[in-house]
Write a protein that binds this ligand. Structure first.
Ligand SMILES: Nc1ncnc2c1ncn2[C@@H]1O[C@H](COP(=O)(O)OP(=O)(O)O)[C@@H](O)[C@H]1O
Ligand SMILES: [Mg+2]
Length: 403
């Protein structure tokens, strides 16, 4: 393990013979220097930098223990050995050992083997302490690196949060932009028609019949325009405030039936409304709920109108009640919903084959059904037309179940 070149020993004693004895024991193994007093030893200690220091318990200028304590404060890694007088061991010595001021003490008369063994063991401890402190240094360095990386990471995370915020913002703007471009595109058509009609009324010499025709166009396009504005307002309002009321299904059905009939008077479309059972009540905001069949009917009319050759075009409303559910179906024998929009049909801005659709009608329908905790689905094909079905809980039975 150790050799003369590697380790240095400083022996301190005011007795030359004692010093010679120690030198004799150790000089074959280590480089050894001696000092006759604590004062002299201090100078040698700093220039010679020994790994082991052996100090006599009594020195001319100080006590051995005190001196070793002093050296410990200068360099804590040195192996400090005390030589005590004839077998002496006392509390001060024991305390110095247990507090670590002294590594070991050796009693006079010195046993050569004991001294050599003590120094060798001390040096082993010294080596392992050095290795440990190397490891500790390495760990410290790694820790510092980790801390540095952590700091960088947290800076990067902050930046990432920033970027994410900006992305959300961009997404929001792009949604608003997308919505604006849809709306503007769709609103332009009625506005253009209104504008050209009004110009015709002002500038052209028209007969009364022609004036009436143009006025009707203006009126119709104004209605269409107003309708679009309401749809946008409804959708952008977000969560709708609801006014729920418990009403018998017969009352709701008759309101629905009446509204649909009134709406259909302007069209050549057959209509039948059927209620199959009156044994149910529903908890609804009737005014808002009526938007559901009306939006569906409007879509059905638009599909039937845009598709000539269906004879006769027809729309049906059927309401069936059972113990748990009240189920509404609105069907038409139109051309069916194009398959490519089936999957996203209830998403906003899904519109196809229409000159003036904004694509909010079914998104509003879905939102109203959700607000009523209901369900809606559809089936549609070019052969059999389209049927939307939506359900509400039968309030009567849900109350019974709760009791
Ligand atoms: N009964 C129906 N028959 C055929 N197509 C329909 C029917 N209902 C809805 N659609 C299709 O679904 C699309 C989305 O409808 P909607 O959300 O009301 O938007 P918009 O009517 O403004 O286009 C319509 O553009 C239309 O292509
Ligand atoms: Mg619509």
């Amino acid at each position: 393990m150790s050799d003369k070149l590697t380790y240095k020993v400083l022996a301190v004693d005011d007795n030359d013979a004692h010093l010679e004895g120690i030198r004799h024991c150790l000089e074959d193994r280590y480089e050894i220097v001696t000092a006759a007093s604590a004062g002299e030893a201090l100078g040698v200690f700093s220039s010679f930098s020994p790994q082991v220091i052996i100090v006599n318990q009594y020195l001319n200028d100080t006590g051995g223990i005190e001196f070793l304590q002093q050296l410990r404060s200068i360099n804590a890694t040195t192996i400090r050995i005390l030589i005590t007088a004839n077998g002496e061991s006392n509390d001060a010595i024991n305390n110095a050992v247990s507090s670590g001021d002294i590594y070991r003490y050796i009693c006079r008369p010195i046993d050569i083997g004991d001294l050599q063994m003590t120094v060798a063991n001390g040096l082993q401890l010294y080596e392992s302490q050095q290795a440990e402190s190397g490891l500790v240094q390495e760990l410290k360095k790694k820790n510092e690196q980790l801390e540095y990386q952590n700091r960088n990471l947290s800076i990067m995370l902050d930046k990432f949060d920033d970027i994410q915020d900006r992305l959300f913002e961009m997404e929001r703007f792009s949604a608003i932009g997308q919505m604006a471009s849809f709306i503007i595109h769709d609103m332009k058509q009625p506005l253009d028609l209104i504008q050209s009609s009004v110009e015709a009324l002002i500038h052209l010499q028209l007969t009364d019949d022609e004036k009436n025709d143009i006025s009707e166009i203006v009126q119709f396009e104004m209605q269409r325009f107003t309708q679009m504005i309401y749809e946008i307002l409804d959708y952008t309002r977000g969560k709708i405030s609801m006014n729920f009321d418990i009403i018998p299904i017969s009352r709701l059905f008759h309101r629905m039936d009446r509204e649909i009939l009134r709406y259909l008077t302007n069209y050549q479309i057959e209509y039948k409304g059927l209620l199959f059972s009156e044994e149910a009540t529903v908890n609804v905001d009737a005014t808002k709920f009526l938007r559901v069949p009306m939006n569906l009917i409007k879509n059905a009319i638009e599909a039937l109108e845009g598709h000539s050759g269906i004879h006769p075009p027809s729309i049906n409303l059927r309401v069936i009640c059972d113990k748990d559910w009240v189920q509404f179906s609105i069907s038409d024998n139109g051309p069916g919903i194009p398959e490519k929009i089936h999957e996203k049909l209830f998403d906003p801005f899904i519109t196809i084959n229409k000159s003036s659709g904004i694509g909010l009608g079914l998104a509003i329908v879905k939102r109203i059904i959700d607000e009523h905790k209901g369900r809606i689905w559809f089936k549609s094909s070019p052969e059999s037309g389209t049927e939307f079905t939506f359900r509400l809980r039968n309030y009567l039975s849900s109350q019974e179940q709760q009791q």
